[in-house]
Design a protein around this ligand. Sequence first.
Ligand code: CO
Length: 156
Amino acid sequence: MSVMEIKKMGDPVLKQVCKPVDRISKKIKTLIDNMAETMYKNEGVGIAAPQVGVPIRVIVVDVGEHRYDIINPVIVETEGSIIDSEGCLSFPGVYGEVERAEKVKVEYTNRFGKQKYIEADGLLARCLQHEIDHLNGQLFIEIAKSLTSSKNKEES
Ligand code: CO
């Protein structure tokens, strides 16, 4: 595994609509492992493939309980709405108050090609929505109600 370079604010790859994965090759699995290592190294709670320069629909999320390797995610249900602070590995030190669904159900394919679901609330729900936005070229700073700079908060 290796740590990859994180693409930062202004890199055009962050604005791309990412392509679905049609075959889970060894290359994709290696990418997922490298994304995870990159996320942990940078103390993030989530990372999307475009953040390491690969515009495909893959995210890795770990808010502290379990690592999810998520391919071709789709939000199939949402409930409620909640405003909270979030950050992003591509915007170090920048935080914003972002309104998100309180609960989500996400359908996805895991690294073994199995169709799976996650039902999430709290930080996991927020992180899933943030990462799925990345796959559509949507950045949290574009939808934040306010932005601040500080340190030592979760970034994804
Ligand atoms: Co992000």
